[in-house]
Design a protein around this ligand. Structure first.
Ligand code: HEM
Length: 123
């Protein structure tokens, strides 16, 4: 089967949480479904979305297990004629959303406090 070739411009479009690709060693990987499963954290891997993560990936010294997971995410090769873009051009489109306290919870808490305050003042 023919290998799909991608350019750095094409890869750079996939820099979103719901659509994230990275390049490692001339190969392209779709890591969308892996972001929140990454043992090293969602943020650190997402920082490389849309760009080349070869150096960061190898620097960490990932295990054979990590290599196996990586293989499963393979979608094609880099076009050897494509030139890497600057870091600025491959910045992820957003940051990974952190789970913040739910606004509903804060609202319920305020209402409970008001009710308690009302009873304290009126008894
Ligand atoms: C698809 C690509 C990746 C896969 C499949 C992957 C997989 C894993 C796995 C399985 C681990 C657990 C430790 C191990 O088995 O080596 C891990 C840890 C880690 N990864 Fe990744 N990773 C990927 C990309 C990256 C990238 C691009 C970075 C850095 C920018 C990164 C940074 C880390 C860090 C900091 C840890 C924690 C290491 C530690 O606690 O010692 N990973 N990764």
């Amino acid at each position: 089967m023919a290998v799909t070739l991608y350019t750095y411009e094409e890869v750079a479009k996939h820099n979103k949480v719901e659509d994230a690709w990275i390049v490692i060693d001339g190969k392209v990987y779709d890591i969308t479904n892996f972001l929140d499963e990454h043992p090293g954290g969602e943020e650190i891997i997402f920082e490389n979305a849309g760009g080349d993560a070869t150096e960061s990936f190898l620097d960490i010294g990932h295990s054979d297990d990590a290599m196996k997971i990586l293989k499963g995410k393979y979608i094609g090769d880099m076009d050897p004629n494509s030139k890497p873009l600057s870091k600025k051009e491959t910045q992820p489109a957003e940051t990974v959303k952190k789970s913040e306290g739910s606004p509903t919870f804060a609202m319920v808490l305020s209402i409970v406090c008001l009710i308690i305050g009302y009873y304290v003042l009126n008894n």
